[in-house]
Design a protein around this ligand. Structure first.
Ligand SMILES: Cc1cc2nc3c(=O)[nH]c(=O)nc-3n(C[C@H](O)[C@H](O)[C@H](O)COP(=O)(O)OP(=O)(O)OC[C@H]3O[C@@H](n4cnc5c(N)ncnc54)[C@H](O)[C@@H]3O)c2cc1C
Length: 481
């Protein structure tokens, strides 16, 4: 008989959080701390969503999305998780660019970028200062129509080398392009510029283990292998959810599943206004990713002095080339032993932005061939910086947009949720259906570890307000099922 992953669960909760990405987990933790009864349902066997890792024979631990985040993550971990987690946030100081237009090293903060823009690119100080203060003032409630291309044209007309320096890392970080609203670029870039790029010492496995322990200590009922198939809605709003074929009652459902899946599949179009649906249908998904995971043999080391390397052979910054299956641009993350102190192990992860459709239609044989091609060309590119890489590698594997789709259930394996227009739709869900909320990567700004976790907090506070208003009228009755 199949195992019952809901064994011992209650028949009703104040809220069910659907999905355990960083947004879902952070929201669940905030809600539990505020005294609500929370069920966290995750379809996968691990918590974390894209904040994940995997282990392989030979002592390899490979991180998927721990390449770098802004300093703000430290405050988020301190306020909404634990001091110990916040204390593990450490800076990555050695960030390199290597492309036909320039080759340089930076700490990726405002002071160093200012210096490089002046000395290397010959930009006047007053222009640089005005650029930084303009983007610093952007905030996510602004109605700013300007695109990033227009922003760059305004400050650095015709300087494609400067555009690349300012934009390429952000394209890797959240899939945004020159044609997205400048707001999305400005907020994310400014977050990094405030202090630089940070990582989590101990690795993603340590973080998610610690988060799980914290959720449990705050009373969250965590259920893995639990697929939420339906959110039940009647005229009064959310009534419950169906998980693995069983019904659980709740007054609020907080979905960390993809925004479009939440609307069209989990709830169903019949519960939304025509106008809202029309707008929701215009929401574009963001792109996906490919990665190559390179595990270095025990006892060997990577002799390349960088934490992050933005490497490209494309002549200039070009979104189409960045997304192309003929890869020209890669972000290499070098995991040195200080990431997991005591292990004395190295690994390298290469990430590239990718289009789902380039991989989805391939038959098994072609898919295997193209994956192998991705691995071999990535090792070739890496050997430019680590000449002996093929000798010191003893594990190598690749993931594609199909892999991301399978593990997270995101349509088209989207790595960074939706484009900007998704944010409004996500925010308006509770006005359409009482008790229906969404959190997680959306609108470019609310993506990445920091954006997702912070959006979890924002929405958890709205769920709290909603629950306080309904619980006084119709508290949920819970019995063990
Ligand atoms: C290759 C790659 C590299 C990245 N690198 C970085 C980086 O260096 N720094 C950074 O800050 N960000 C990075 N990111 C982005 C970052 O990882 C994500 O933005 C963030 O982790 C997303 O969190 P989330 O809460 O939106 O949800 P997700 O992580 O997408 O999680 C959603 C969860 O919901 C679950 N779920 C979905 N539907 C259901 C259902 N019906 N029932 C039950 N469970 C369900 C999924 O299984 C999943 O666990 C990277 C992403 C990728 C793909």
């Amino acid at each position: 008989m199949a195992r019952n992953w809901l064994k011992g669960a209650q028949s009703a909760y104040d809220t069910v959080v659907i999905g355990s990405g960083l947004a879902g987990m952070t929201a669940a933790n905030v809600l539990a701390r505020l005294g609500h009864k929370v069920l966290l349902a995750e379809h996968h066997y691990n918590l974390g969503g894209l904040a994940t890792w995997f282990k392989r024979k030979g002592g390899h631990i490979l991180d998927i999305s721990l390449h770098g985040f802004p300093i703000g993550m430290m405050k988020t971990l301190r306020k909404y998780w634990t001091m110990d987690m916040a204390d593990r946030v450490i800076q990555l100081r050695n960030i390199r660019f290597d492309n036909p237009q320039f080759c340089l090293r930076t700490t990726f903060d405002r002071a160093d970028f200012t210096h490089i823009l002046l000395e290397r690119f010959g930009i006047m100080l007053d222009v640089v200062d005005e650029f930084f203060s303009t983007i610093r003032q952007f905030n996510f409630y602004d109605e700013l129509k300007m695109t990033t291309r227009e922003l760059f044209e305004k400050f650095f007309p015709g300087r494609k080398d400067v555009w690349r320096f300012l934009m390429e890392p952000i394209t890797y970080a959240n899939g945004s392009t020159l044609d997205d609203p400048a707001l999305t670029y400005g907020i994310v870039f400014s977050n990094f510029m405030s202090k630089g790029v940070f990582t989590y010492q101990g690795g993603t496995d340590q973080l998610i283990r610690a988060m799980k322990a914290e959720l449990e200590s705050n009373g969250v009922d965590i259920r893995t292998h639990c697929l939420v198939e339906k959110i039940y809605v009647d005229d009064d709003g959310v009534r419950g959810v169906r998980i693995n074929g069983d019904d659980i009652a709740c007054n609020a459902a907080l979905s960390n599943s993809n925004l479009l899946t939440t609307i069209h599949k989990l709830v169903g179009d019949e519960h939304f206004d025509d106008g809202f649906l029309k707008e929701a249908r215009r929401v574009r998904l963001n792109n996906s990713s490919c990665q190559v995971y390179i595990g270095i043999k025990k006892g060997e080391k990577v002799d390349y002095d960088a934490d992050l390397l933005f490497s490209s052979v494309a002549d200039e910054y070009d979104t189409d080339k960045i997304l192309s299956k003929d890869v020209t641009s890669r972000t290499f993350s070098f995991y040195h032993p200080f990431i997991r102190p005591g292990t004395n192990r190295y690994s390298v992860v290469s990430s590239t932005n990718a289009r789902y459709e380039d991989w989805a239609s391939l038959g098994t044989k072609d898919y295997g061939r193209d994956k192998d091609h991705l691995i071999q060309t990535t090792l070739d590119a890496l050997s430019h910086y680590v000449p002996n890489v093929r000798k010191i590698v003893d594990y190598v594997e690749a993931s594609t947009p199909k892999t991301f789709k399978r593990y997270t259930l995101h349509p088209s394996g989207t790595s960074f949720g939706t484009k900007f227009e998704g944010l409004k739709i996500s925010r308006e869900l509770p006005q359409q259906v009482a008790g229906l909320f969404h959190t997680g990567s959306v609108g470019i700004i609310m993506s990445g570890w920091l954006g997702a976790a912070n959006y979890g907090v924002i929405v958890a506070n709205e769920v709290d307000k909603f629950l306080r208003s309904v619980n006084s009228q119709s508290p949920v009755e819970a019995v063990t099922v």
